[in-house]
Design a protein around this ligand. Sequence first.
Ligand code: FMN
Length: 184
Amino acid sequence: MKIIGLSGSLSAPSRTRGLVEAVIGEITRQTGFGGGVIDIAELAPDLGRSLGSFVLPPAIEAAHAQLRGADLIVIGVPVYKASYPGAFKHFVDLIDPKALEGKAAILVATGGSEQHALILEHQLRALASYLGLYSAPKTVFARDTDFADYRLANPAIAERVAFVAGQAAWLLRAPAARTLAAAA
Ligand SMILES: Cc1cc2nc3c(=O)[nH]c(=O)nc-3n(C[C@H](O)[C@H](O)[C@H](O)COP(=O)(O)O)c2cc1C
């Protein structure tokens, strides 16, 4: 089973990437399966000059291929102006809409305050559903104050990460059901 993270932040270093890595680390601890992270901050220069999906820069093609090859995608976004960042959405807009159907997903987000935590439900889950992803019922939202040196440092959020990783483990055990549903 392959896991890949997708960090939608334009910052480096990034709390969002730190949270995505914490989730992948916990999934690895629980299941033995691991994987790397696609970082939108690294792809941003290429994204700016990609206006259509016919010919994409190699780095973006490679990132799309990594997503296509994954069984589970941990998607993390920072809240920018009450939504996910435009560069993250542009990256997703360049993906073949059917390419990720039937894969499992974990959704996480970071923000300056909890005021916009529901973007996980009304924006990121809607996007995941459009892509045909089976997103775990529980999500993780972390505030800036939950991090130290861009690493998750709040034990309560770490507990939530462990719970959500358990849901990821469950989703990874049901690939046949997902494939069947995606084909329907
Ligand atoms: C352009 C911009 C807009 C932001 N807008 C919001 C917002 O609307 N709501 C919020 O809670 N935090 C907002 N923030 C704060 C970030 O979501 C928060 O600092 C997040 O942890 C950043 O993650 P990062 O370290 O991965 O960049 C904004 C930050 C930036 C740079």
